[in-house]
Design a protein around this ligand. Structure first.
Ligand code: UT7
Length: 381
């Protein structure tokens, strides 16, 4: 296969579950308030899924493929970016492959936490550029609600569920990802840890789905601003463009104050920043692709637009991609794929998860054998 120079984004679609969890809903079981959450984060509401992560990803993928006019059986690669997989084995990309009927596609999961979509987009672009595949479906999806520690107000107010996907196709016209900076600030990996997800915990008395979040918000905040700002500066330099050339900043949406700081350091005025944090909170790997799809729907991406996409997440991974949009900003087709209409309210779903997590009223600490957890996190020499 002849290598293509570019991987154009030809399709896009989102899978946002309909149930809305408001700040007022959170205040019914946490010592928090709408005022605090809006002031400190900018968030007003977020979504809670009544379906699996694979189902969310499949709806987004159907829409993205219809948008690109690409048949599922023509897809050559599926990259499933997420850190909240329905299952570890089998992998989740295979679930999407089966649901779509994308029988010829290679199917891989990729987890760099909140940056999984950005890492996935750059990996799939590189695979197209080397000629390994000629198209790819790249998904950012997250079902955080099932793994949230709903007793911890430091984190429970911040996250939501959602999915979005894009289709990449080989192209010789300069478009798609034209600049990439990826990195990882591993020294700070202990500042964001979800205890309970992973094999290390299977040895302890932890029920799958019970979690404690180690979350040093202020440290993450500072390193996120530093990592993303640095990545933005480097990717602009790499591509030989300036901040004035950026038509739209489409950042990871973890906190409005973080976005404002990154935009300021990057030299991009707030009228050129796509914001969804108010509506959906932090959907981890899904935030950037959902913001991109919303920007297209709102007509904020024009033919030839230059987009800057910075992100950060657990690890602490970070990165910034520079994307040159192609000629087409409207879908070639639409899909009828949608969410099942019947669902409980978001608060009812969250209360059901809370009951499952702590059915006997025990504190979360009691669910984790303390000595076991401490021994896990001793530095190795
Ligand atoms: O995608 C990667 C995910 N990580 C992140 O996005 C984390 C980035 N960090 C942040 O976004 C911010 O640090 C937070 C939103 C998490 C916290 O904002 P902050 O301005 O750094 O607040 P803080 O942690 O300094 O807490 C201030 C106060 C504390 O009370 P005291 O000690 O001043 O009495 C907290 O206990 O606010 C209290 N607090 C809350 N109050 C009401 C913390 N969470 C809440 C809450 N409701 N939900």
């Amino acid at each position: 296969m002849t290598p293509a120079r570019y991987a154009a984004i030809t399709g896009w679609g989102e899978g946002l579950p309909p149930a809305v969890l408001s700040n007022a809903d959170l205040s019914t079981f946490l010592d928090t308030s709408d005022e605090w959450i809006v002031q400190r984060t900018g968030m007003q509401e977020r979504r809670i899924a009544h379906v699996s992560a694979i189902e969310m990803a499949t709806i987004a993928s159907h829409r993205a493929l219809a948008c690109a006019g690409l048949a599922p059986d023509a897809v050559e690669l599926i990259v499933y970016g997420s850190c909240s997989n329905d299952e570890q084995v089998p992998n989740c990309a295979s679930g999407v492959q089966l649901a779509l009927g994308a029988t010829r596609a290679a199917a891989m999961d990729l987890n760099t936490a909140c940056t999984s979509f950005l890492y996935g987009l750059s990996s799939a672009t590189a695979m197209i550029q080397t000629g390994m595949v000629k198209n790819a479906l790249v998904i950012g999806v997250e079902l955080i609600s099932q793994f949230m520690d709903w007793s911890n107000r430091n984190v429970a107010v911040l996250f939501g569920d959602g999915a979005a996907a894009v289709v990449l196709e080989a192209s010789d016209t300069p478009s798609g990802v034209i600049g990439t900076v990826l990195g990882c600030d591993a020294e700070a990996r202990q500042t964001l840890r979800v205890r309970g997800m992973g094999c290390d915990y299977a040895r302890g008395e932890v029920t799958y789905g019970d979690t404690i979040w180690d979350f040093d918000g202020q440290a993450i905040f500072k390193r996120a601003v530093h990592g993303m700002s640095d990545a933005c500066a480097r990717v602009l330099q790499q591509a030989g463009v300036s901040a004035d050339d950026i038509d739209l900043l489409v950042p990871h949406q973890a906190n409005l104050r973080i976005i404002e700081a990154v935009a300021k350091y990057a030299g991009v005025s707030m009228d050129r920043v796509m914001l969804t944090v108010q509506r959906y909170g932090n959907m981890s790997a899904a935030t950037v692709p959902v913001a991109l799809v919303d920007a297209l729907k709102e007509g904020r991406v024009k033919p030839g637009s230059l987009l800057l996409m910075p992100g950060f997440g657990g690890g602490l991974t970070y990165g910034a991609l520079l994307v040159r949009w192609g000629d087409r900003v409207t879908p070639l087709g639409t899909s009828e794929a949608t969410f099942p209409a019947e669902h409980p309210s978001a608060l009812e779903m969250v209360n059901a998860i809370r009951m499952r997590q702590d059915p006997h009223g025990r504190s979360h600490d009691a669910l984790f054998a303390p000595r076991f957890v401490e021994s896990l996190h001793q530095p190795t020499t």
